[in-house]
Write a protein that binds this ligand. Sequence first.
Ligand code: PMV
Length: 340
Amino acid sequence: MSKTTVVAPANIAFVKYWGARDTERAIPFNRSISMTLERCHSVCTAEVISEERDQVWLAEPDGGFRAPEPEFDRRVREHLDRLRQWSGRNDRLWVATRNSFPSAAGLASSASGFAALTMAAAGALGKGNAPIEQLSRLARLSGSGSAARSILGGFVEWPAHNVDLNAPDADEKAFAYQIADADHWDLRDVIAVVELGPKVVSSLEGHRRAPTSPYFEKRQEILPERTRLVREAIEEQDLDTLGPLIEEESIDLHMIAMTSKPSIFYWSPGTVAVLKAVSELRQEGLSAWATLDAGANVHVICDPDSEQDVVDRLENLPAVGFLIRDGVGPGPDHDEEHLF
Ligand code: PMV
């Protein structure tokens, strides 16, 4: 049987999805905007098999395979059921996934992982040409809502907040779309990895707890204007406007996490060291801005001219394990090189 392999990138949110109105279906309180990355990606190969049960594997860099953690395994199997139902086919699948970067360390591995799984399984089930809106919507339903954005390249907006939860077509409308392609603006993302372990609390749990923060409502008030400004700064390729907005936004997300009940603290001492270094770089005249998803690692967004200076400064910090140099990318692609 034919195999389908898809490479899907991670994304870094400039306006964050934090708080779900419906955690089951990953319908957020607010719209979000992200930049799709290029080097941080997941590869997934899917093939129809004549067995009674799906086969779910993680591919190791040495060519071996291992079984995923039970929770991830469960989510993948549920997602495969969902994809079967959507495709109208009943075939079981063999799926294997590999990440190009540390999993579950706040580097959006679940977004790229579920985007790649959605597209590879859709291909194996004969729906490789499905409209991008459908694939984005399906990726969202994986539970990792931000996977909806990883289906597209460049700069992506996910406007699911205005969906009426009770409407029969609520699901249909909650997909992401591109606001500018990767060629629009060459932005770089220097990721300072200060912690390698899995994050302390899953983002799914974070979305559940977010509304318990006393500052959550205030954040919702601020977000429409901030989102508009972020979109505009992207359209105008204006880093001096975008930078402060994304840094404030990221600090707000972590403030909500820290003040939700029970509180969630993703930062580590290394996080603070990197944030301080980025602020010093700015005092020296560089345009570099920090943003973090739900984890301790820091994404430093800058233009190509500043990238080397950012790297030189951060790689000498004792708290930084290693750096990943990434940037805006064109989105998922099919690959002829299969994982099995
Ligand atoms: O898609 P999830 O459920 O893994 O949540 C993503 C949460 C953040 O990465 C913190 C923000 C975002 O919009 O990507």
